[in-house]
Design a protein around this ligand. Structure first.
Ligand code: 5GP
Length: 194
């Protein structure tokens, strides 16, 4: 039995190529009261359905650079021309409160977090290349050039999967979420990341 006074939460990094469904999986995981998903800072413009402070903290590049220079980001990376970062204070506060904190971040960020903090890392994998292409198509009418760039980035990210503790194939949402929950539960019971 762990001493409650020294018990802290578990940090979980979830990565995977764009289109694999990370956001949906994380939204499902959030339904567990003991889990929290960290809200990132980004310089990307909000999409129509996105809310400040809920999906992201939307900031200018200058504001982002200042946060980074002040050491207020746990990790940061540039993805497709936009900057993304994890606010340090929020994550530390949640971990101190014993929460399991999910970081839904790209593979560059995953590498940085792993080098500075104990964490559990999970990579969400599409069932196949064809399925990923089909998901990109369903997302909207992008040009062939944009699609090719997305696919190239996805292939690059998939190459980093071997560095993760677990690879989970996102073939069917409910099954994937059950598997991820089980991985997290086992890690918590073993006291990983503490
Ligand atoms: P999107 O713009 O589609 O929301 O996210 C683009 C990519 O940025 C995704 O791979 C997402 O996981 C990643 N991302 C989101 N927030 C962060 C963050 O705080 N840090 C890093 N390194 N990547 C992030």
């Amino acid at each position: 039995m762990k001493d409650p006074a020294t018990t802290t939460g578990l940090l979980v990094v979830i990565s995977g190529p764009g289109g694999v469904g990370k956001g949906t999986v994380c939204q499902e995981l959030l339904k567990d009261g003991d889990l929290a998903v960290s809200v990132s800072v980004t310089t990307r413009a909000p999409r129509p359905d996105e809310k400040e402070g809920r999906h992201y903290y939307f900031r200018t590049r200058a504001e982002f650079e200042r946060l980074r220079a002040e050491g207020r980001l746990l990790e940061s990376a540039e993805v497709s021309g936009n900057l993304y970062g994890t606010p340090r204070a929020e994550v530390e506060k949640l971990l101190a409160a014993g929460k399991t904190v999910i970081l839904e971040i790209d593979v560059q960020g995953g590498r940085q977090v792993k080098s500075v903090l104990p964490c559990l890392t999970i990579f969400l994998m599409p069932p196949s290349r064809e399925e990923l292409e089909a998901r990109f198509c369903r997302r909207g009418a992008d040009s062939a050039q944009v699609m090719a760039a997305r696919m190239a980035l996805a292939v690059e990210e998939i190459a980093a999967a071997a560095d993760y503790d677990f690879v989970v194939v996102n073939d069917e949402l409910a099954r994937t979420v059950t598997e991820v929950r089980q991985i997290i539960k086992t890690a918590r019971e073993k006291g990983d990341g503490i």
